[in-house]
Design a protein. Structure first.
Length: 248
């Protein structure tokens, strides 16, 4: 069995214009899938990702859809189904970081982060659940901060990512009768513009790892392809930790 064979599969990656989502969209295409991506503000970067998808010989297109806007997310799923001709794989990736002590963050900060990191993922999962065929896949990008918070300033972000554990387990139960799997990847620090490996918090994060380096978006993308592929049809409701030993 080719563990990464996705020829003919149809995928949607939310937040696919940059970072982990962009690497994931390209990796899915390299494995044979046609891929739609959403973005909220990085139109040029999204167009570049589409070009890279097309360079693999697969179809790609980008949809402007703010994850905080439920109707835009629902419309994006509908458009992906329309243009691709169906949907087999949802990668729920769009997310925002939040760093600040609880005494410094505002209620607007709370609402903004939950709107994207929790509500946006729930809405995308709900819309995809209505259209995925038997055997479809959902893969959500969480964070190692859901299990272990190693520094101050992460209460809001960790809370938002912890919520996804419950969502993922519930989705596995709701969709299991249709053979649809739902799993969550829990990355440690990954070198993206959200969390640069040379950023102000990088050394502190590295100090909590067994491997003394940040992960790459491509390493997360490879795990997504694995969970979307033929080898993992009996894995559901679980977490794949990809954290450089953050939990060790
Ligand atoms: P980046 O900031 O590099 O990229 C974020 C992506 O999400 C971009 O494509 C961005 O598109 C999109 N996005 C952000 N807000 C919205 C929105 N409101 N609506 C639609 N799309 C949106 O982040 P990462 O690649 O690092 O993060 C991706 C996911 O991985 C997130 O869920 C994050 O929490 C998680 N993660 C990241 C880790 C890290 O260390 N980097 C560690 C653990 C988890 P646009 O620019 O168009 O807004």
């Amino acid at each position: 069995m080719n563990l990464t064979e996705l020829t003919g599969k149809l995928a949607l990656v939310t937040g696919g214009s940059r970072g982990i989502g962009a690497a994931t969209a390209i990796a899915l295409a390299e494995s044979g899938a046609d891929v739609a991506i959403t973005y909220s503000s990085s139109a040029e970067e999204a167009a570049q990702v589409v070009k890279q998808i097309e360079a693999t010989g697969r179809r790609g297109f980008a949809i402007s859809a703010d994850a905080a806007d439920a109707s835009a997310v629902e419309a994006a799923v509908a458009r992906a189904v329309d243009v691709l001709g169906g949907l087999d794989i949802l990668v729920n990736n769009a997310g925002v970081g939040a760093v600040g002590l609880i005494t410094d963050l505002t209620l607007d900060d709370l609402d903004r982060v939950l709107a994207v990191n929790v509500r946006g993922m729930y809405v995308a999962a709900r819309a995809a659940a209505a259209v995925l065929p038997d055997g479809g896949r959902m893969i959500h990008i969480g964070s190692c901060a859901a299990a272990r918070v190693t520094s101050p300033g992460l209460a809001l972000y960790a809370m938002s990512k912890s919520a996804l554990i419950g969502l993922n387990k519930g989705l596995a139960r709701d969709l299991g009768s249709r053979g649809i799997t739902s799993n969550i990847i829990q990355p440690g620090p990954i070198d993206t513009s959200m969390n640069p490996a040379d950023g102000p918090y990088a050394a502190a994060q590295r100090s909590h790892l067994a491997l003394d380096r940040f992960g790459t978006p491509e390493e997360v993308a490879a795990a997504v392809v694995y969970l979307a592929g033929p080898a993992t049809s009996y894995i559901t409701g679980t977490e794949l930790t990809l954290d450089g030993g953050h939990a060790a």
